[in-house]
Design a protein around this ligand. Structure first.
Ligand SMILES: [Zn+2]
Ligand SMILES: [Zn+2]
Length: 240
């Protein structure tokens, strides 16, 4: 990869989102929940950035805590919006996001129209395995939480941006959150895709950044989850 290594800044509004400050501008991973443009401008200014220098916004998935300010940011500058091809219809709103099971699904269905960003075009549909030119981010399709959910990997930083594929709580890795996941079993299987990465740092949308030992922690989590799934099957237990 020819791109220089960017500086990563963590911002938060409902969920963490990330500014990758590059020599020529910046890439945003997700936007957090809905915020006022002046607040976003202030947060960017604190990083020495003008919103006009934002070159692209890469979306991990269409949930409103990750895309709430997408329309506002897109209008404010000339940033392109990128998302996995299977997530595009949820952003353009030609399809509604799959509804999670049970009460969570009901709550999601009610809350989503209030908090989500207006429908908007996606400039570039992403595919599994491609590296986003200019940003050096590799797309890893991790379906389950939503159909077109992606994680993003930066080889130069040895860092992974997880979206909601997994979370951390009090410094410990946990699997995908069942609460808003469309297909939790598929989301857990998708974690296998992350095990081959050369990894040090993990940036979570929900939870504290893990600075070191990310690869090892991820392998331990995957082993614990598959053990749990195995013992659940033996006992005839259901996944929760
Ligand atoms: Zn989500
Ligand atoms: Zn989330």
């Amino acid at each position: 990869m020819s791109e220089a290594t960017p500086a990563v800044h963590v911002l938060n509004k409902m969920a963490n989102f990330f500014v990758l400050k590059e020599a020529e501008g910046a890439t945003l991973i997700d936007t957090g929940g809905k915020d006022r443009l002046e607040n976003l401008e202030r947060k960017f200014a604190a990083l020495g950035l003008d919103l006009a220098r934002l070159r692209r916004i890469v979306i991990t998935h269409a949930h409103y805590d990750h895309t709430g300010s997408l329309a506002a940011l897109r209008q404010a500058g000339s940033a392109k919006v990128l998302a996995h091809e299977q997530e595009v219809p949820f952003l353009t709103r030609t399809r509604r996001l799959p509804r999670p099971a049970g009460l969570a699904g009901f709550l999601f269905h009610v809350a989503e129209p209030i908090f989500r960003s207006p429908p908007l075009p996606v400039d570039q549909a992403l595919r599994d395995g491609e590296v986003i030119a200019g940003a050096g981010l590799k797309v890893i399709h991790t379906p389950g939480h939503t159909p077109g959910h992606i994680c993003l990997y930066h080889a130069g930083l040895r860092a992974l941006f997880t979206g909601d594929a997994l979370v951390s709580r009090e410094g410990k890795l946990e699997g995908p959150v069942p609460f808003f996941s469309a297909d939790i079993s598929q989301a857990r299987r998708s974690l296998q895709r992350l095990l081959e990465l050369e990894l040090e740092t993990i940036y979570f949308a929900h939870g504290e950044t893990l600075r070191e030992g990310g690869g090892k922690a991820l392998k331990e989590l995957a082993a614990a989850l598959s053990e749990k799934a195995g013992s659940g099957r033996q006992a005839g237990g259901r996944e929760n």
